[in-house]
Design a protein around this ligand. Structure first.
Ligand code: HEC
Ligand code: HEC
Ligand code: HEC
Ligand code: HEC
Ligand code: HEC
Ligand code: HEC
Ligand code: HEC
Ligand code: HEC
Ligand code: HEC
Ligand code: HEC
Length: 312
């Protein structure tokens, strides 16, 4: 058993006996993960400024300033004490072992670092656990350097011309895709990473398909409903046929021509049968030329005219 959990049990016992527990046990969740003096209490972050004015100044322009005193919902800590724990004893003794200090904080894993922020930011980050950055080596502060007083990995969004450049500082390997001949014009700032990705949340999962819903926000004409739906679209991600960032193939297709369709419409007879029968329709005469499947089946996302997705 770690010394801190032993401490907590001792505290519990002593407070059951002495009935003085309301103060002693009332550590906020985040702070309770650290080894702090049992009788430390929250003094209010105004007190910290007596000795740490320069840190206070770094927060003055933010919603985390001591003046605005943001509180941990349902807890007792505000501003500095939300992250550093109850500071009554430290404020008297000026001892670094009586506060959540730099060494303790540098030892935090990424989920503890996230928890430090999430103790207050509960509402907009409900999807954080399923999102792209949870569990990675970066946490909240790494992207929000302008709102904290310590060194982090990345520069904040405000330092860049647009949000995409902010993301690219780490995601350099995505840049090549956005230089391809057929692409979403992210580098030209016509669309942003954040139009498709929420850095805090994964794709929505509550409807048809999270990725498709993201695409259909802009490409409404593909949404249907159609009289004749294409199961290859309706029951799949757009990404079965399209590369979302960019592609060397026209219309950002994953692959060109017939291979695209044959990933699903391959039939055993297709190669051997002279008529190249597809779904009982002989295509021999039709595929002889350079025609691609979707030159004829051109309402490929669904049709109100024909079950074969042809407009004539
Ligand atoms: C009466 C002055 C005083 C007050 C009030 C005070 N501190 Fe400190 N604090 C100090 C001194 C002095 C040090 C440096 C101690 C050392 O380096 O040995 C320190 C160090 C720290 C450290 C750094 C520990 C480290 O690892 O280097 C943190 C974090 C800290 N204080 C937070 C707070 C917070 C939060 C409050 C308000 C709850 C607060 N302090 C109130 C005097 C004060
Ligand atoms: C959002 C969480 C958070 C808030 C709010 C916060 N701190 Fe810190 N603080 C940290 C972390 C994390 C570190 C250690 C960073 C590192 O060096 O790795 C730190 C380090 C420190 C240090 C030691 C390094 C230094 O810069 O001198 C002091 C002192 C300190 N904080 C005081 C304060 C005071 C005073 C406030 C309120 C005005 C405050 N902190 C608000 C998270 C926070
Ligand atoms: C003590 C509670 C508390 C803690 C801890 C806290 N925040 Fe906040 N934060 C707030 C409040 C209150 C606001 C203002 C209202 C809002 O935007 O939700 C805010 C606003 C923000 C904003 C919006 C800034 C703006 O200009 O609109 C960001 C980004 C943010 N916090 C990031 C963080 C990060 C990153 C951490 C951890 C390093 C953190 N917060 C820790 C309470 C907190
Ligand atoms: C990969 C980078 C990244 C990470 C990690 C990240 N954020 Fe953000 N966050 C952003 C960007 C970009 C914005 C858009 C606003 C801006 O330009 O700063 C934003 C906006 C916000 C806002 C204000 C808008 C809103 O949604 O209410 C808050 C609050 C916030 N983040 C808190 C957090 C917290 C808490 C965490 C950790 C759980 C976190 N962020 C992790 C990049 C990030
Ligand atoms: C501080 C560096 C950093 C910044 C800034 C950053 N990311 Fe990330 N991102 C990472 C890391 C690290 C991972 C974990 C997986 C990896 O290594 O690619 C990740 C993962 C992702 C993933 C999931 C990748 C996968 O393989 O599933 C997406 C999507 C993503 N980030 C989008 C964004 C967007 C959008 C932004 C801008 C709002 C952004 N990131 C900003 C570092 C960053
Ligand atoms: C048009 C929408 C869209 C835009 C704009 C966009 N993405 Fe993506 N991104 C996606 C989709 C969809 C996926 C695939 C997700 C899946 O298959 O799970 C993806 C995947 C990723 C991945 C995972 C690795 C990979 O390549 O498959 C990363 C990292 C990523 N995007 C980062 C970014 C960054 C950074 C930007 C901006 C520079 C950006 N994305 C812009 C839609 C987009
Ligand atoms: C079964 C493969 C397939 C799937 C799945 C698919 N598409 Fe397509 N899409 C195509 C083909 C093939 C083209 C090119 C048609 C052409 O050139 O006539 C295309 C073209 C497009 C175009 C360009 C239209 C134009 O007129 O230039 C957009 C936008 C598009 N698709 C969006 C989507 C979206 C959004 C989804 C998901 C809801 C999706 N696609 C799913 C095959 C598919
Ligand atoms: C924020 C709006 C937006 C979102 C979200 C979006 N797109 Fe687009 N998309 C565009 C715009 C604008 C263009 C036109 C690009 C251009 O020509 O510069 C485009 C073009 C396309 C094209 C045609 C490219 C060509 O070569 O003609 C395809 C295919 C496409 N998007 C698929 C998708 C898919 C798949 C998704 C989801 C992963 C998606 N889009 C999400 C705005 C969006
Ligand atoms: C992800 C798999 C998938 C891809 C890729 C795909 N389809 Fe389909 N397609 C289906 C399914 C499933 C059906 C439903 C009929 C069936 O079971 O054969 C269907 C139906 C059709 C039909 C109507 C056939 C009928 O019997 O009603 C046509 C025509 C068609 N697809 C053409 C295409 C073309 C052209 C492409 C390439 C642009 C394509 N499909 C790509 C899965 C796919
Ligand atoms: C030159 C035009 C043309 C080309 C190219 C073509 N088809 Fe067809 N396809 C047709 C015609 C015509 C029919 C018969 C149904 C109709 O009249 O609409 C048909 C029927 C189908 C059907 C059955 C539809 C149904 O309603 O039962 C499928 C599946 C199909 N094609 C898939 C493909 C695939 C996959 C490719 C590419 C390998 C392809 N087609 C290329 C013209 C074409």
């Amino acid at each position: 058993m770690s010394s801190s959990s032993l401490n907590k049990i001792m505290t519990l016992l002593s407070c059951l006996i002495l009935l003085g527990c309301s103060q002693v046990l009332a550590l906020d969740n985040f702070a309770s993960g650290f080894d702090l003096p049992e009788d430390a209490t929250y003094v209010g972050s105004e007190t910290c400024l007596d000795c740490h004015e320069e840190v206070g100044d770094l927060y003055a322009h933010t919603p985390h300033s001591v003046e605005l005193a943001p509180m941990v919902p349902g807890g007792q800590a505000d501003a500095c004490e939300a992250c550093h724990g109850p500071g009554s004893i430290h404020s008297e003794e000026e001892d670094i072992d009586t506060i959540i200090n730099v060494d303790m904080m540098r030892a935090m894993d990424s989920s503890q670092k996230d928890a430090m922020c999430l103790q207050c930011h509960t509402e907009n980050h409900v999807g954080w656990a399923g999102g792209p950055h949870q569990g990675s080596e970066i946490s909240c502060s790494d992207c929000h350097a302008d709102l904290v007083h310590f060194e982090v990995q990345a520069k904040p969004a405000a330092d860049f011309r647009n949000e995409s450049e902010f993301c690219i500082q780490c995601h350099t390997s995505e840049v090549g895709d956005f230089r391809m001949p057929f692409r979403h014009r992210v580098l030209e700032d016509q669309i942003s990473c954040n139009d498709c990705h929420d850095p805090h949340n994964g794709f929505p999962t509550d409807t048809w398909n999270g990725i498709n819903d993201t695409c259909l926000k802009c490409h409404t004409e593909m949404a249907g409903p159609f009289v004749f739906e294409h199961d290859g679209v309706q029951s799949e991600d757009c990404t079965v046929c399209h590369k979302p960032h960019g592609s060397t193939h026209d219309k950002m297709l994953v692959t060109d021509g017939n291979t695209l369709c044959l990933q699903c419409h391959y039939e055993s007879e297709f190669n051997s049968d002279e008529n190249w029968t597809l779904a009982r329709v002989p295509h021999g005469g039709m595929l002889g030329t350079e025609g691609r499947c979707y030159d004829c089946h051109n309402e490929i996302h669904g049709s109100n005219v024909a079950p074969s997705f042809r407009d004539q």
